[in-house]
Ligand binder design. Structure first.
Ligand code: ADP
Ligand code: F6P
Length: 458
């Protein structure tokens, strides 16, 4: 039987009670624990440049073997903080204004991909199927191929794939795309992402694409296809029920007498549209004064990548917005915005979703956004809340039952919030049922199976 090898920069350690905040860790963890296999990537440790080089730890946890390794300080700076998160991430999210480029960091990015491939080599068996995830690992297959690996190797991009002209702002874009085409299968989240990928292949790379997903470019043939990542909706629903019987939730409910809750949960990332979202909440309170003291907005936002300047800036901007809005509308007994940086365990998070009348998910750009899916799955079918969702989240391609908004239209978002807060039960139920049917059909197992079937047809 073939063994599945997952490769990703961030690895979710099961021993710490479940995955870290981030769609990749949550989605891959849910997919892999059913099939078993190996998960290879960064341990999260940073090793001093003068210390002995990092060594690999291989640890089985039930059906999954975790093979993780630290990064030297220089590798972390160049590959992770630098090229991955200060060049690729903003470009993939259409933020060319925030994109930095440094040739040495790009060299470091390629070097670390080559080094990671070398580390994996001794663990590989000839019939393993290798599945690499996300933008940190674009050159990974090319490095394995150069070392003689002939296994099937697939790649899934969890972020958006930007328009060709946006991608072309990265100086080595052609080099990156050539490397990406060393994979046998490239998976994107949505049809618009796939269209953007094909457009680049045809118009920048001089390649060809067929309707069946086959691509010819840079002297290779491969496949490209959209595979929208999902969740396990019934499991999230069960977690939400279980977590509702906890002290955190009882305390939350005590603070919500006669108050409706709007909830948002995101890594503290500029792609998530948090400032615009806060401004729209301000407009809601200004334009609909009857909502004051009757609605409370809870934003949970664990900080990430704090050593990239743009992340510090977004954090400062949010603190000032939250302070401004709370100062303007707050009362002794009512705080309009509760702004929290903590990570929570999955049952607690799911039960907070269930307690909220509105799930407020408004990224400026997002590959998929699992929070949108988790929010819906966590609802009580007898009295479900309403999802307000950005049209620029990949999830908007599938979630027709949401109120779809443009995150730059703060007036429109405020109106959608007001509509959501007062939506009649029958309409809420119809929208919920519609989205649950999709979530059950296109769940995370279906995502995994469709990708692996396309990568390694039976
Ligand atoms: P991204 O991959 O950009 O972080 P997603 O919405 O796709 O965005 O995935 C985020 C995942 O991380 C979700 O599964 C969500 O439940 C989880 N998560 C986000 N914030 C927290 C938090 N504060 N505590 C625990 N899990 C979190
Ligand atoms: O796709 C979302 C993603 O970028 C993952 O690749 C990543 O693991 C997650 O967000 C969290 O970010 P980080 O690993 O940089 O903490």
């Amino acid at each position: 039987m073939t063994r599945l090898i997952i490769v990703s920069n961030r690895v979710a350690p099961i021993s710490e009670g479940g995955p870290a905040a981030g769609g990749l860790a949550v989605g891959v963890y849910d997919a892999l624990r059913e099939t078993g296999g190996m998960w290879f990537g960064w341990s999260g440790d940073i090793v001093d440049d003068h210390a002995p080089p990092p060594t690999m730890t291989v640890e089985p946890h039930g059906p999954v073997t975790f093979a993780t390794i630290g990064l030297s300080r220089r590798d972390y700076e160049q590959y992770y903080r630098g090229f991955s998160n200060a060049t690729l991430w903003p470009t993939l999210h259409y933020r060319s204004d925030l994109t930095e480029f440094d040739r040495e960091e790009y060299e470091g990015y390629k070097r670390v991909n080559g080094w990671l491939a070398e580390q994996l080599l001794p663990l590989l068996r000839p019939d393993d199927v290798i599945w690499a995830h996300d933008y940190h690992l674009i050159p990974f297959a090319a490095a394995l191929r150069a070392a003689g690996v002939r296994n099937r190797i697939g790649f899934f991009l969890h972020t958006p794939f930007p328009a060709a002209q946006v991608l072309a702002t990265i100086p080595p874009h052609a080099d990156l795309m050539r490397a990406l085409c060393s994979y046998d299968l490239v998976g994107l989240q949505t049809a618009p992402d796939l269209r953007a990928f094909v457009d680049y292949i045809q118009h920048e790379a001089g390649g060809t694409a067929q309707a069946d997903g086959s691509i010819a470019a840079y002297g290779r043939t491969l496949r490209a296809q959209a595979f929208p990542i999902g969740i396990h909706p019934d499991e999230v629903a069960a977690l939400a029920e279980y977590g509702s019987d906890s002290d955190v939730l009882r305390t939350l409910h005590r603070t919500l007498v006669d108050t409706r809750l709007i909830v948002s949960v995101d890594r503290l990332d500029y792609s998530k549209g948090l400032v615009e979202r806060f401004k729209a909440f301000d407009v809601l309170l200004a334009r609909f004064p009857e909502e004051r003291q009757r609605v409370s907005f809870l934003q949970i936002a664990p900080p990430t990548r704090a050593d990239v300047d743009a992340y510090q800036n977004i954090r400062d901007a949010l603190e000032s917005e939250a302070g401004r809005i709370n100062g303007r509308y707050g009362e002794m007994h009512w705080t309009p915005i509760r702004y929290i940086h903590r990570q929570y365990e999955r049952p607690v998070l799911a039960s907070v979703f269930r307690a909220a009348h509105v799930g407020y998910v408004t990224p400026l750009r997002d590959g998929m956004n699992l929070v949108a899916k988790e929010y819906v799955a966590a609802q009580d079918p007898a009295d479900p809340g309403v999802l307000v969702l950005s049209r620029f989240a990949g999830a908007a391609q599938q979630m027709n039952g949401a109120l779809i908004v443009n995150p730059l239209d703060v007036e429109g978002m405020a109106e959608a919030l007001a509509q959501a807060l007062h939506m009649p039960l029958a309409e809420r139920q119809a929208r919920y049922e519609d989205m649950m049917a999709m979530l059950r059909r296109d769940n995370v197992s279906a995502w995994r199976d469709a990708f692996l079937q396309a990568l390694n047809p039976a």
